[in-house]
Design a protein around this ligand. Structure first.
Ligand code: GLN
Length: 483
């Protein structure tokens, strides 16, 4: 049961092979068995899950089900969930229970999905390894010495380990795609504005975007259809109709123009990964795609631009955690100033503090022009480079990361090394583009990801290409062996 695709689960539920209660219990049992080893979940909500499953079973018995009714999922613990702890991986929100649910959470619940609980993440989604979580690092199910990637590492690890068949993630600079690559699962970061950000704890508001993580492109298509759409409560959400993504999956790839940005295949890229990607490219050529080299000359500058803009926005967003209205408050404050200072010093971890400091510095008078304005100018130029590439080709194909998953503890004392991990993912967020990571093989028993990048609102074509690729390959079907 736990290995089925979402469509197969829906069929099994409809034909009475199993109930949503049984399906939900099977995943709750897996979580019970393996979560202590992987640390993928921060909160598990079995009672609520079984209640939701019972409701789903009723709907299914009345033949009122839609494609996701009764199917379990897990939410990254950055999405507010009514009545359930929402920590964002931080001590400062360790005691916070959300008074409302994010739009995405509501939409997936309205589609009939059953929530199993909340997954671990880097504190405030800042990180590429999941090691900055207040709740401890997540382990990669393929090799527990390795990081699962971040910041949506809990969702990715839970999917790979079959602790959930579907999950939500958010991607500010790669947090859906990079952990998807490291854990051998499929994830899509939609166009900025495609999915509502309402009720998602803000990191960098002009970059944050939520998306589905699952085990195949087909599953992602079903989930994205349910998640996407205009939300009047999010002023940056776009009023554009949501295509029926699942019905676009079968389009043939004949004549598709795929661009390989040469800067993404340079010396940074692990040579064995380059070989695996070459094989993947050949598969796509056999399916009818035409390959063309393109150039994104400013690729290297995405890192400095992002690591000014994201901390600048974070420093502003995180000012709300002041120990006054909700969240952690220090003991016995002397006065208001002491309350602010100590609540924040004790409540935030090292990486979050680093980003607040960088962001405040970059925004301060005298440095604003040198850093923040420059970064914004670069952002515009990087976006223009992508647009030039899309004048020549339909989609871009690239690695998701420069290396397979690295070892736990190997980079977390060196922030610059950690930031360099994001070289292939950040540009997409700066330009607001949709992109996905698709399993493309393994290097030394650690999975690697192929990244597909589309023009704005081209999620349908991304999912289509990924699905066609998954019809002729089986990388996405591989599962790690757990003890
Ligand atoms: N690794 C990047 C960062 O630390 C991206 C994180 C994300 O997408 N949330 O900012």
């Amino acid at each position: 049961m736990i290995d089925l695709s979402l469509t197969q689960m829906a069929q099994g539920l409809a034909s009475g092979d199993f109930s949503s209660t049984e399906l939900t219990q099977a995943f709750l049992d897996r979580i019970q068995q393996h979560n202590s080893q992987l640390n993928a979940f921060i909160s598990v909500t079995p009672e609520q899950a079984l209640k939701e499953a019972a409701v789903a079973d009723e709907i299914i018995s009345q033949k009122q089900a839609n494609p996701l009714t009764g199917i379990p999922l897990a939410h990254k613990d950055i999405f507010c969930t009514l009545g359930v702890k929402t920590s964002c991986g931080s001590k400062i929100l360790d005691n916070f229970t959300a008074p409302y649910s994010a739009t995405v959470v509501d939409k997936l619940a309205a589609a009939g999905m059953v929530s199993l609980g909340k997954t671990n993440l880097d504190e405030f989604a800042m990180g590429s390894s999941n090691e900055s979580s207040f709740y401890g690092a997540v382990k990669n199910p393929w090799d527990t010495q390795a990081v699962p990637g971040g910041s949506s590492g809990g969702s990715a690890a839970a999917l790979a380990a079959r602790l959930t068949p579907a999950a939500t993630g958010t991607d500010t600079g790669g947090s859906i795609r990079q952990p998807a690559a490291f854990c051998g699962i499929t994830g899509i970061k939609p166009t900025y504005g495609r999915v509502s950000r309402w009720g998602i704890i803000a990191y960098a508001s002009s970059l944050d975007q939520a998306g589905p993580m699952a085990r195949s492109a087909e599953d992602c298509a079903l989930l994205l259809k349910a998640m996407a759409g205009f939300d009047p409560r999010d002023s940056t959400s776009l009023q554009r109709c949501v295509p029926d993504y699942p019905s676009l999956l079968k389009e043939p790839l004949q004549g598709l123009k795929l661009g390989l940005p040469k800067e993404y295949f340079g010396d940074d890229l692990n040579p064995e990964m380059a070989e695996r990607l070459q094989t993947a490219i050949q598969e796509l050529e056999k399916l009818g795609a035409q390959i063309k080299e393109v150039s994104l000359p400013l690729t290297r500058l995405a890192i400095p631009a992002y690591y000014v803009i994201a901390p600048a926005e974070a420093s502003s967003n995180l000012s709300r955690f002041d120990g006054v209205r909700y969240g952690y408050r220090c003991e016995d404050p002397k006065d208001l100033e002491d309350l602010y200072k100590r609540s924040r010093s004790e409540g935030f971890g090292a990486e979050v503090k680093r980003r607040i400091l960088i962001g405040t510095y970059a925004l301060s008078e005298g440095f604003y022009d040198a850093y923040y304005r420059k970064a914004q100018q670069l952002r515009r130029m990087i976006t223009e480079d992508f647009q030039k590439a899309f004048n020549e080709v339909d989609l871009l194909l690239a690695p998701t990361t420069p290396t397979p998953a690295f070892d736990l503890g190997s980079k977390n004392n060196d922030p610059v090394q950690m930031y360099l991990e994001d070289i292939y993912t950040l540009g997409v967020n700066l330009a607001g583009l949709p992109a996905m990571s698709v399993p493309a093989g393994q290097v030394g028993r650690r999975p690697i990801g192929m990244q597909l990048i589309g023009n704005h609102f081209d999620e349908g074509r991304l999912l289509n290409v990924a699905h066609q690729f998954q019809q002729v390959t089986d990388h996405h079907l591989q599962a790690p062996r757990l003890d």
